[in-house]
Design a protein around this ligand. Structure first.
Ligand SMILES: NC(=O)C1=CN([C@@H]2O[C@H](COP(=O)(O)OP(=O)(O)OC[C@H]3O[C@@H](n4cnc5c(N)ncnc54)[C@H](O)[C@@H]3O)[C@@H](O)[C@H]2O)C=CC1
Ligand SMILES: CC(=O)C(=O)O
Ligand SMILES: [Mg+2]
Length: 371
């Protein structure tokens, strides 16, 4: 198969869809890979390294989109990229469609076969192609929160770990999945007081066994969220209902009653965010202030540590990339129900139930399109 890797064009996004090592895996199996000039140069992956792995370097994204049978990316296609997709072409990347009607419409109109990393499931449960970026973003969320609690960034001037004789800060983490548990690990590491909330009691049980009385676990409901949020100096939003828009768990009213100079980090922003006051920001201008509360809502947090993130992402994506290239999309999806769960838009139809219902499309069962 002819596989194409364009350079990412989202604001401050230096990750790249395939590493030279991943290119080599494809080439060794007889596939051809086109990589856009300088696609990985910002993270130390030179064109020479890609050529050494067997890729052909191409100047323009338009040529890659025109020639490749499968496009491998990191972030959701930007409007100019959507316009270059064509009927039957495979797009393998993060999409996050539920909160994004414009992108969904463009992908439907393209007729492309759009497989979203974030809804591919794993044989042992979970979302294995989302997990590595959730690990990165969860860990980063505490760094980002700590930095913005400093006075120079507009925060209340609080050191999360405290010092001897001065109490530490309080971090509330909503959602105890991959983002939440990675945030928790960092929060405990810096010595903050931590409360973590989830609806999944088994997960809270596991965390209680690991951390004991160093943390507080709370069953998530409107009451416990309000209590934790109003007492917190930093709130991390890490909830997910797979494929669906994030539930707005923290209301505008709660935000208005938080401590002045407190910080909220809405990691779930790529699914629309779990704070009523959230809207997506970029690394260029990551924050805004509402009612004295600093909001950090960057939708591609792992892009800030693009080198680590690219390798972590490729570890998780290469297996299915090889299957798609080897078998073509219909056979690969038929052979693997977990990969099939990644199919969000296909040949002009919305094939992921939560996206179809959320955005008013007729849901089409992927099986009906697999031949
Ligand atoms: N902004 C960014 O750069 C990034 C954002 N993300 C996003 O972070 C979010 C979380 O991802 P993961 O941790 O991997 O998901 P996950 O599926 O591992 O965890 C989500 C957790 O939310 C919990 N949850 C659902 N409804 C809840 C409620 N009402 N109250 C409390 N907890 C609730 C679930 O029980 C689950 O434990 C996703 O939207 C993901 O796309 C992930 C990586 C990067
Ligand atoms: C998961 C995601 O949206 C990201 O890594 O940017
Ligand atoms: Mg994102």
């Amino acid at each position: 198969m002819l596989v194409g890797v364009p350079k990412e064009i989202k604001n401050q996004e230096s990750r790249v869809g395939l590493t030279p090592a991943s290119v080599k895996e494809l080439v060794l199996r007889g596939h051809q890979v086109l990589v856009q000039k300088n696609a990985g140069v910002a993270i130390g992956l030179s064109d020479a390294m890609y050529e050494g792995a067997g890729a052909t370097i191409i100047d323009a994204a338009s040529e890659i989109f025109a020639r490749a049978e499968m496009i491998v990316k990191v972030k959701e296609p930007q409007p100019e990229e959507c316009a270059m997709l064509r009927k039957g072409q495979i797009l393998y990347t993060y999409l996050h469609l539920a909160p994004d009607p414009e992108q969904t419409k463009a992908l439907v109109e393209s007729g492309a076969v759009c497989i979203a990393y974030e809804t591919i499931t794993g044989a042992n449960g979970g979302l294995p192609l989302l997990a590595p970026m959730s690990e990165v973003a969860g860990r980063m969320s505490i760094q980002a929160g700590a930095a913005h609690l400093e006075k120079s960034k507009g925060g209340m001037g609080l050191l999360l770990g405290g010092v001897p004789g001065v109490a530490p800060g309080h971090i509330a983490i909503i959602g105890a999945g991959v983002v939440g548990t990675n945030a928790l690990q960092m929060a405990v590491g810096i010595g903050a007081r931590v409360t973590i909330l989830d609806k999944n009691i088994d997960r809270l049980r596991q965390l209680d066994l690991i951390y004991g009385n160093r943390i507080s676990t709370m069953y998530s409901n409107a009451h416990s969220i309000e209590e934790a949020v109003l007492d917190a100096d930093l709130v991390i939003g890490g909830v997910l209902v797979p494929g669906a828009a994030a539930p707005k768990l923290v209301t505008k009213d709660m935000i208005s009653r938080m401590k002045p100079g407190a910080v909220v980090v809405d990691v779930a922003i790529d699914q629309g965010g779990c704070f009523e006051t959230s809207y997506a920001t970029t690394h260029e201008k990551p924050t805004y202030v509402i009612d004295g509360v600093i909001h950090y809502c960057v939708a591609n947090m792992p892009g800030a540590v693009a080198r680590t993130s690219t390798f972590a992402l490729n570890n998780a994506t290469i297996g299915h990339a090889l299957a798609l290239a080897d078998k073509g999309w219909q056979k690969a999806l038929k052979a693997n129900p977990h990969l099939k769960n990644g199919l969000n838009v296909c040949l002009g139809h919305v094939t992921y139930e939560a996206v179809a219902h959320g955005l008013g499309y007729t849901y089409v069962d992927p099986d009906s399109l697999l031949g």
